[in-house]
Design a protein around this ligand. Structure first.
Ligand code: UT7
Length: 337
């Protein structure tokens, strides 16, 4: 019988971005663009880019270790690992299996979830279901992408947007009841708006792959429009399901796709910019990484404090979107974690 409801909370978080920083000025040498255009149209000033020898698990593992240390939990206690990503190390095995082995989470079941920029929030919601039913007690949820390996740096429509990075949270059941609402949605009619075509339709060897099939494509204007249509109602609905007025929510953590999207959503909903968490200037768009990286950075810096409410919302390729309202209950982060 699967029936029981168990309270769920985040007990730790972590993040990792590669060391190498690429500024907008660096990109001026690769594509027909300018620092001024990129800052004005996206808010991005720099991005972190992985080394040639780094794959997604190399970003996910340090993020996971930091989240476990913050939670004060050993890897052997983890029952489930989900990695939300569209840029796994390999098509198989799942990157979550590589993470499981590297951190020594020998008891954990693993799987990856592919929902592009929505990947973390969606994986976060899925993991909760296993904990709420009592099937598992502790889950590690990672969101991250390494889009630089799939980016055409001479395409100015996409090449300035993305960075690499990963973030992680540890979810635990049996403590405080800190998940206030969840929602997920999709509109597959927009599946062509953001793609990395390579797969069983565009196989890795062949003319279409060689002529750019392994690169991100994006109809930027249409995606922008989608975000402004879908994200404000998703935020309103997530707040309603949580039984909160927007004014009662302390932090709004949107996918960092473009600073103009965050500003336009805030304006539309009458939200003060001080409540919007923004790190796109330094981290760029790390796809499934943006929400957990910004969450971990904000929690570790003390911006998000115990008792605060946080509304997280992811959106992107699919098209997909997902939102969750949580109350922050994790212990303050110390440098020794
Ligand atoms: O993470 C997944 C979700 N992704 C998103 O949410 C992305 C949503 N879309 C966007 O953020 C924006 O559409 C972009 C940042 C991608 C593009 O900004 P935009 O304001 O929509 O620019 P645009 O494509 O409409 O182009 C405006 C002008 C064009 O010039 P003309 O035709 O007006 O002369 C472009 O050629 O800006 C030009 N342009 C650039 N100029 C310098 C486009 N990209 C660049 C560039 N540098 N990188």
């Amino acid at each position: 019988m699967v029936r029981t409801f168990h309270p769920v909370e985040i007990v730790g978080c972590g993040s990792y971005v590669p060391e190498k920083v690429v500024t907008n000025h660096d990109l001026e040498a690769l594509m027909n663009t300018s620092d001024t255009w990129i800052v004005e149209r996206t808010g991005i000033r720099q991005r972190h880019i992985a080394r040639d020898d780094q794959a997604l698990s190399d970003l996910a593992i340090p993020a996971a270790r930091q989240a476990l240390a913050h939670a004060g939990i050993s890897a052997s206690e983890i029952d489930l690992i989900i990695v939300g990503t569209s840029t796994p190390d390999m098509l198989m095995p799942a990157t979550s299996a590589l993470v499981q082995h590297a951190i020594g989470a020998t008891r954990a079941a693993v799987f990856d979830m592919e929902a592009a920029c929505t990947g973390f929030v969606q994986a976060f919601i899925v993991a909760q279901q296993f904990l709420m039913t009592g099937m598992y007690r502790k889950a590690l949820v990672i969101g991250g992408d390494l889009l630089s390996k799939f980016t055409n740096f001479s395409d100015r429509g996409t090449g300035m947007l993305f960075g690499d990075g990963a973030g992680a949270v540890v979810l635990s059941s049996g403590g405080q009841d800190a998940i206030l609402s969840n929602l997920m949605g999709a509109d597959g009619s927009g599946a062509d708006l953001i793609t990395i075509p390579i797969g069983s339709r565009v196989p890795p060897s062949g003319e279409r792959a060689d002529s750019g099939g392994h690169h991100v494509t994006m109809k930027g204007r249409e995606v922008y429009k989608f975000a402004l249509e879908r994200v404000p109602p998703a935020i309103q609905e997530a707040a309603r399901l949580a039984g909160l007025e927007l004014s009662e929510i302390d932090h709004f953590l949107m996918h960092q796709a473009n600073a103009r999207i965050i500003e336009a959503v805030a304006k539309r909903l009458g939200l003060p910019m001080e409540k919007m968490i923004v790190n796109i200037d330094m981290r760029a768009n790390t796809s499934a990484g943006t929400v957990p990286i910004a969450l971990a950075e904000s929690a570790h810096s003390g911006r998000i404090k115990a008792g605060d409410t946080v509304l997280m919302v992811g959106f992107g390729s699919g098209l997909t979107w997902a939102a969750s309202v949580i109350r922050w209950t994790a212990a303050p982060y110390s440098q020794e974690d």
